[in-house]
Ligand binder design. Structure first.
Ligand SMILES: [Zn+2]
Length: 256
């Protein structure tokens, strides 16, 4: 039975992953998500339904467009596969309302994180529309489960601290350090993580971002003056806190 449901959730995840690919491609370019049919980005031929089956089409087409033969990026099947695996990993143990709500809560967060992550890598943008979804999901949770001072103060720290640092940095160096999307994302995460949790997020993401930035400079993949997307580091640390809370608490208790 377990395996049977596992396959169901895997297929469900693949389909959602395929939709996330569309979101990542279209949302930053403001192309309609639903009405416009998918087309090959190279030759522009409209794809048939059987060219759009997650993973399977990619394998059968050997990673090439059926019409012009242009290579299709590995990214698409990887995102589908990853989303499918996340769905199986988060699969509820039973079908009670509680378990299903939990599944949708965590799976929605994972989906928004995947889109945020890829769009920030591509465009250096954390879109407001995705942030608003995340805000709605977190609010619907914290309002019921947390005493209000926890999420209000968490949100204020998450929004205020990075804003202050960015402002001081701007006054000092005349450069904008963090983008508005990063600051908003911190604020929204602060609602869910509370005061200590969000301080951990800010601290760890800056640390991970700094180390990764230095490595990229050493490997000559990036220059000092070129800004790097910072969102992925916030998202990685936040995902660690949300999906592996025991480990995050362990690290947190070493630090603070
Ligand atoms: Zn083509």
């Amino acid at each position: 039975m377990e395996t049977f449901f596992g396959i169901y959730f895997f297929i469900f995840g693949l389909l959602i992953g395929s939709f996330l690919n569309v979101v990542i491609l279209r949302l930053p370019n403001k192309i309609n998500m639903v009405t416009k049919r998918s087309a090959c980005p190279s030759c522009g031929t409209q794809l048939r339904w059987y060219h759009n089956i997650p993973l399977i089409s990619f394998i059968f087409l050997k990673g090439k467009c059926a019409f012009c033969g242009v290579r299709i990026s590995w990214r698409y099947p990887l995102i589908e596969l990853f989303t499918g695996l996340v769905a199986v990993w988060l699969m509820p143990s039973d079908f009670s309302v509680m378990s299903l709500t939990n599944f949708f809560f965590y799976f929605s967060i994972a989906c928004i994180f995947i889109c945020h992550f890829m769009i920030d890598l591509d465009h250096h943008l954390l879109l407001d529309s995705l942030n608003i979804y995340l805000l709605a999901i977190f609010l619907s949770y914290v309002v019921f489960y947390y005493p209000w001072p926890v999420w209000v103060i968490g949100g204020l720290i998450g929004f205020g601290a990075p804003l202050l640092v960015t402002w001081l940095f701007y006054k000092w160096r005349g450069q904008v350090g963090l983008g508005g999307g990063d600051i908003k994302l911190y604020g929204i995460l602060g609602l869910f993580f509370g005061p200590t949790g969000i301080i951990f997020t800010i601290f760890m993401s800056c640390l991970v971002g700094a180390v990764a930035g230095l490595m990229l400079i050493v490997m000559k993949k990036m220059t000092k003056d070129k800004p790097m997307a910072f969102g992925p580091y916030i998202l990685l640390v936040a995902a660690f806190q949300i999906f592996f809370p025991e480990y995050a608490h362990m690290v947190q208790s070493w630090l603070f």
